[in-house]
Design a protein around this ligand. Sequence first.
Ligand code: FPP
Length: 275
Amino acid sequence: MKEFLEWASPGSEEWQTARSLDPTRLPRHIAVIMDGNGRWAKKRFLPRVAGHRAGVKPVREIIEACCRLDIETLTLYAFSVENWKRPHSEIETLWKLLRQYLRAELPELKANGVRFQTIGRIEALPQEVRDDIDNAIVETAANTGMRLNVALNYSGRSELVDVVNDLLRRAGKHGAPQRINERELGDLLYTADSGDPDLLIRTSGEFRISNFLLWQIAYCEIWVTDRYWPDFRTVDLLEALLDYQSRDRRYGGLSNRSSSTTREAAKDEVVVVND
Ligand code: FPP
């Protein structure tokens, strides 16, 4: 947070809004459903892919802002399992943009100490896209700053199916476990290293989860803005954070304790209840 205030121009809207935030109560993990690229383009009488192109700028901006705010993990929903239903040319453009982004931004990601990772069924992506992804993962693996998860060919349901298949495979090798608890299941998810998101942001005004992180968002705070993703800016992120800090996270309990304390309590409770 200190770094963000030093970086933002004093007196700017970002700087003013950031100063209203409590640096001790920021979310550890933010997840974003980047929606509205197509409608952004349609409003301007442009092809849908122009919306995706314009969506790269806020990707850059939000990653940089989250780094400077000391957010531990940022997870961006870039391509769902269901997105394969789109025209081939649109899908091709999305891969091209991802590859261009990775090539152009890798030095910046490294300079900011970002650990780049993906979640989803990456094996189904074109080989050249996987090569660029693998390169970015390897090049940033030793970084200790923010974890950036990009969800590609991701769906919450397919993730859970992958967990079950993983368990069945292990059962075939080592015998079936008698039972499994929530923590153990969480350790088999793509996000095992990231923990659950505290805040889910969705752009373009839709109140939908769209098969994103179904297990992980059990107690996540949700913030929706009417803004289309290409128009989303750092100040919108800061507004989401302000709103997040006004929430009373009770995890089904009654107390109004600090969010991190409550989060730890909820984790322990989960294990006791399900063991
Ligand atoms: C949803 O808008 C957006 C997507 C399916 C793709 C997101 C991709 C980007 C932001 C560009 C590049 C990403 C990276 C990580 C470099 P939509 O097309 O569903 O919009 P609509 O609902 O208005 O049609």
